[in-house]
Design a binder for this molecule. Structure first.
Ligand SMILES: NC(=O)c1ccc[n+]([C@@H]2O[C@H](COP(=O)([O-])OP(=O)(O)OC[C@H]3O[C@@H](n4cnc5c(N)ncnc54)[C@H](OP(=O)(O)O)[C@@H]3O)[C@@H](O)[C@H]2O)c1
Length: 269
C-alpha cells in the first residue's frame, strides 16, 4: 500500500444514510461541511493529508454522537498522478461505507506566485490540488456516483472568473480551470450525476501562524471592501454545499457566497 494512503477506522457498518466525502475535511471550511452534513444525517468520509490528528478527533466526536457514521482517509492528493495509487484511493473511499453519494472537492493549496518567481513546483502543487486532483478523482469515482445518482460539489473562488487575485496568477488559473471543470462535467455527467460549485469570497482568514497570515490593516481593508462588512463564516459555505447536495434539478451552477465582495472588486484586490 502507498504509505501516503491509509484509513484510520475499521470498515464502518453500512446503513441507508447517504455518504459524503470531503477532501481536506479535517479543519476550517472542510470541517464545517463535514459537521453540517453529519448533522443532516450523512455518513462522512473525512479525507486529510497532514491534519490526521484533527481528522481523527473530528471523526471520534461524530462517531460518539452517531455510531459508525464517520471515517478518516489519509492521502496526499498526488495519488492521482499514478493510476494504481488513484485506483487504490478510490477503492478505499468506496470500501469505507460501500457507496458514495456526494463528492466535495475542498482540499486546496493557496499562496502567491508573483511574476518573475513562478517555478514548476508551485505550478504543479497549485494545479494538482485546485484542478487536476478534482478532475481525476471525479473521473475515478464516476461509476460509483452513477450508482447512487449522486453529485459533485467543488469549492471554487470568486477570483476564478473575471477577477484575478493580484500576485496569485497560478492559483487563480488553477481555480479557473476547476470552475470550467464544474461546467464541463455537468454536461458530460448528466443526467446521472449533478456537478456544481460554491465560490467563497473571504470566509475564513489564513491561519495566524501560517505564512499566509494577514495583519490587522490587511484584515480591515478586506472587511471594508465587503458590502456585508464582515468576514464570512465556514458554516455559511457549508450551508450552500448542503443545499446543492439536495438540489435535485440544479447542475452546472456556481453559487457565490462572499457577502457581496465580488461586486466591489474590479480586478486585483
Ligand atoms: N478560506 C477562504 O475564505 C476561501 C476563499 C476562497 C476560496 N476558498 C476555497 O474553499 C476551500 C476551503 O478553504 P480553506 O481555507 O478551508 O482551505 P485550506 O485550509 O487552505 O485547505 C484545506 C485542506 O486542503 C488539504 N490539502 C492541501 N494540499 C493537499 C494535498 N496535496 N493532498 C491532500 N490534501 C491537501 C489540507 O489538508 P491537511 O491539513 O490534512 O494537509 C488542508 O487542510 C478551498 O478549496 C479554497 O480554495 C476558501
Amino acid at each position: 500500500m502507498n504509505q501516503n494512503l491509509h484509513t484510520n477506522t475499521a470498515k464502518a457498518v453500512n446503513t441507508s444514510a447517504p455518504v459524503m466525502l470531503v477532501t481536506g475535511g479535517a479543519k476550517r471550511i472542510g470541517a464545517a461541511i463535514v459537521k453540517t452534513a453529519h448533522q443532516q444525517g450523512y455518513r462522512v468520509i473525512i479525507h486529510c493529508h497532514q491534519s490526521e490528528q484533527e481528522a481523527n478527533a473530528l471523526a471520534a466526536q461524530l462517531n460518539n454522537s452517531r455510531k459508525d457514521s464517520a471515517t478518516v482517509l489519509v492521502a496526499d492528493l498526488s495519488v492521482v498522478n499514478e493510476p494504481s495509487n488513484l485506483s487504490n484511493f478510490a477503492s478505499n473511499i468506496i470500501d469505507s461505507f460501500g457507496q458514495l453519494d456526494v463528492l466535495v472537492h475542498n482540499a486546496s493549496r493557496f499562496y502567491p506566485s508573483p511574476l518573475g518567481h513562478i517555478d514548476h513546483s508551485q505550478w504543479d502543487e497549485l494545479f494538482l490540488t485546485n484542478a487536476k486532483a478534482p478532475l481525476l478523482l471525479s473521473q475515478g469515482l464516476l461509476p460509483h456516483l452513477k450508482q447512487t445518482q449522486g453529485c459533485i460539489i467543488s469549492l471554487l473562488d470568486i477570483h476564478a472568473h473575471g477577477r484575478p487575485f493580484n500576485n496569485y496568477t497560478v492559483y487563480s488559473m488553477a481555480k479557473a480551470a476547476h470552475r470550467m471543470m464544474v461546467q464541463s462535467l455537468a454536461l458530460e455527467m448528466a443526467p446521472d450525476v449533478r456537478v456544481n460549485g460554491v465560490s467563497p469570497g473571504v470566509n475564513i482568514l489564513p491561519e495566524a501562524d501560517s505564512d499566509q497570515a494577514l495583519d490587522v490593516h490587511q484584515q480591515k481593508s478586506i472587511v471594508d471592501s465587503i458590502p456585508m462588512q464582515r468576514i464570512g463564516k465556514p458554516d455559511e459555505i457549508a450551508h450552500s454545499v448542503l443545499y446543492l447536495a439536495q438540489a435535485s434539478y440544479v447542475t452546472g451552477e456556481i453559487i457565490t457566497v462572499d457577502g457581496g465582495r465580488s461586486l466591489t472588486l474590479a480586478g486585483g484586490i
